[in-house]
Design a protein around this ligand. Sequence first.
Ligand code: SF4
Length: 267
Amino acid sequence: MSQRELKDLKAPVMEVFSSFQGEGLYAASPQVFLRLAGCPLRCAWCDTPGSWELAEGAQARVRTTTEKRSEPAWASPEDAQRWIDEVDPTGRMTVSVTGGEPLLWAEFLLALRPLLGRRRVHLETAGAHPESLRRVLQACDHVSADLKLPLDMGAPVAVGFDEEEASPVSHEDWRRSRLALLGLLRDRDACGKVVIAGGHPAAAYEELFDDVRERASELWLFLQPATPISGAPGPTREEVERLAAAAKGRGLRARVLGQLHRAWRLP
Ligand code: SF4
């Protein structure tokens, strides 16, 4: 990529703010969140549907300790770095890049990484685009990836950005992308999250647990009871306990952890 192309590289930023991480291996740690717009996937229990597309006239919300202001949504890596430094002037907080699906913006992420200096960079991804993940792995200190149940997924939707990697559609597609994803996460600073919805057959999760055991048996696996949103039911306590036992019975490093930021009413 030429210097000119790198200079013109932009991604749609929805918001930059600091809060506590609510999910996964680094739950409860303070982080700066950089939320990028755009997601072609359609999870039944999505808690950020507003991030699927960049709304007409939308602007980036930047929340520092002293002000909330709007900036043009299409931001260069330098813009994002400047806003991150304003949100955390210490230069030490981890940056969690989230979405939407940040892997739509692989080149932006690669260009942003060196600008962030000693900060750790954590990537929160749906894990459905392993080739894009392979490209940005070098730029990530930690990857927190969803392991999706195909039956939770609606048909993917083109959201108007250049999507370089097709999204999974069929059960087989999802299985293939999951196995590729797990191969990439093996032996890395990474975790997998499995949203547990209510009323699903245990076998659907057990197939997923078997894949983790086969490809990345040391991966931290967080079973995350779905926060009832958009009519998607949460699981019963018995369902969660049964699935936790099924994961642990396979020798997996499984933990049950709900969305802390929802419980604490944090952004
Ligand atoms: S991948 Fe994330 S943003 Fe996309 S639909 Fe699923 S939960 Fe929502």
